[in-house]
Each structure stands twice: as C-alpha cells, then as structure tokens.
Ligand binder design. Sequence first.
Ligand code: ATP
Ligand code: MG
Length: 362
Amino acid sequence: MDNPAGRIIKILNSIELPFAVITYPDFDVIMSNAASNGNTVFPWPGGEPELSAFEDILHRSAKSRRVARYYMDGRGEAGRYEVIIAPAVTEKGNTSHIIVLMLEAAESSLFSKSNSGAVSFLPARQEQAVENERLALIGQLTLGIAHEIKNPLTVISGFAEVTKSKLSRVSGHDELKESIAYYQQEIVDNCRNMNRLLVDLLQVARPRKTEKIPVNMAGILERICNIIAPFALQRNVTLIKDLIDADVEIYTDTIKLRQVLLNLCNNAVQSMTGGGILRIRAEKSCEHLIISVTDTGCGISPDDINKLGTPFYTTKAEGTGLGLTVTYSIVRDLGGRIEVDSQLGRGTTFRVYLLLNAGQDD
Ligand SMILES: Nc1ncnc2c1ncn2[C@@H]1O[C@H](COP(=O)(O)OP(=O)(O)OP(=O)(O)O)[C@@H](O)[C@H]1O
Ligand SMILES: [Mg+2]
C-alpha cells in the first residue's frame, strides 16, 4: 500500500492540468505535478506573469478565484489562459502558500504537450484550421511552380550543352573559348542541381504511386553497389558487400527502393571526407530483411539525429536536405521502417527493415 503522501502525489500527477504550490509572499514554486513538467518551473505561457496581480486578488478575499490572464508571446501573438488560485491560510489567518491550477482557456486556446513535455500554447482550433488551409495552398502553389520550372530548366541546360559542343568546333580564340566553356559548364551543373531539388520536392509533395512486384534483393543490392562503386573509389572509400542473406524475394517497388539505398549510400560516402569504409549488408530476422548501410564517417550528434528527415535540414554546402525526407517517406510507403545509430567522429549505420513475407497489398 502507498503511504498517504505517495497517494496524494499520484493523484496530483494524474491531474492533466498544470498544478503548483507557490510560497507567499516570495512566490517560489515548491511543488508542481507532472503536467507542469518538473518541479521547479511552472509553465507560465508567455513568461512569468505579474505576480502582484495575484497578490491584489488575494488581498481582496481569502477565497479561491478563477482569473484570466492575457499575454503576448515572443512572436507577438496574443494568448489567454485561466488559472484558479487558492490561498492556503495558516491558523493565524496569514496566507503562507498559493495553490495554482492552470486551466485551458475555453474558446481561445488549447494546451498541448511539446516533445520536451513542457506545456505550450496552440492557436485556437479555428485559427489552426485556417493555418492548415493556408499551408495546403502554399504547398499546392510550390508544387505547381516546381513543375513549371522543370521544363524551362531542361531547355536552358540543353541549349548550354549544344552551344558548348558548337563552340568546340570554332577555330582560334582559345582563351575566350575556354572561359565560355567554363560558364556553360556552370550553367549545366547548376541546372542539374536545381532539377534534383525539384525532383525531390515533387517526390515529397506528390509521390509516384507505389508499384510493388516480387524482386530478388540480391540483384537490386548488387546493382546499387555497381552504381556507388565508382563514386566511392573517387572518394577513397572501400566498399564491402555482405549480401549472403539477400537472396530472397520481396514484394517492393524497385525504383523507390533503389532511390532509398542510393540516398543512404551517397550520404555515407559524403560523410567520409578523408576516405573510409562503406559496408552494405543484408541480414534476415524472422520477419524482416534488414539492409544496413554503415560508414566510418563523421557521425551525427544525438541532437542532430532528431533533425534527420526534416525537409531542408542539411549541413552540406551543396545539399538540399531533402534526401532523407524522401527516403523516410518512401520506406514508410513501402511498409518498412528505418533506424539510425551513430557515434560522432566514428560513423553511422542506417538500417532499413523490409517485411519478408509481405504480399502485394501489404
Ligand atoms: N551517413 C551520414 N553520416 C553523417 N551525417 C549524415 C549521414 N546521413 C545524413 N547525415 C546528415 O543529415 C543531413 C541531411 O541528410 P539528407 O540526405 O536529408 O540531405 P543532404 O545529404 O544534406 O542533401 P541532399 O538533399 O542532397 O541529400 C546531412 O546534411 C548530414 O548532416
Ligand atoms: Mg543526402
């Protein structure tokens, strides 16, 4: 059996609204429940309130009161919340503590738990719906623009290639030809980068329909290794294949799976600026074929691991930060999952789990 104090703490922690006991007149938080995220800081939306306002209320009456508070957050957004404040009075009639229960303000706002467990304020439901609609519209516009830019981009890079080859047939003016050829190559390379960004953007926003067929994984993985080998060699990276378990048939979309593995291998090779080892391994568990891509590169800090897959998160000068966004969304789409292990300065392993006995509709 719990002791009475333990039971009271359990009850307080089961209250989903933030609750705190504050000393009076010093206003130190001496106790708070789980909903208020810890025991030292009470999560006042918009920062510490004017506690003197509560003091005034307490002076007027020793009874508990429900009061509203308005505030402006760091982004200039107005918010409102309500608290119940109740004074705890000593035998002599002095207020020694204040009990504060924070309520969600009925029509104007909602409390939500952030990842860190802290309570934060969300805009009203209605405002959220308007915001979602606005974001959806921006998404559609971006998609339309991305699609429209792709065609002129192909024309620009195509003509740059044509003029480059025509220029090579002109005699004389070698210095001038060399500098023009340099600029034309820049046009072609930049068009290629932009095209890659657009392809990734379109893939995230409007993925191609998944078409699963039974495929032998050994074949796919061998082909990936053949594609990545010259790139690895160029970067002084040794490729090690461990594909004994890969001789299995899996229902999957080959084009999409290839994109996943190439993205992971590219990242792995790019992480090993001074060379290293890239290991591609296939391993069977009871339910899955686990394909792992391991590098001995720079590794990822625990903080940065949480950012992986976030659109446009990149630490590379030339990166778009869409590679893993696409990768994660494809793996989800294929009914699999992906895991990452990394040690800063030592290397990283990405593991893709694919269901072994999945049928066409899984
Ligand atoms: N194997 C890895 N080792 C170290 N860092 C990695 C690894 N894979 C991903 N990262 C980190 O995650 C970031 C995001 O990767 P992601 O593939 O999404 O984008 P990117 O490689 O920067 O650009 P791109 O869109 O061209 O692929 C990288 O910039 C890098 O910091
Ligand atoms: Mg990448």
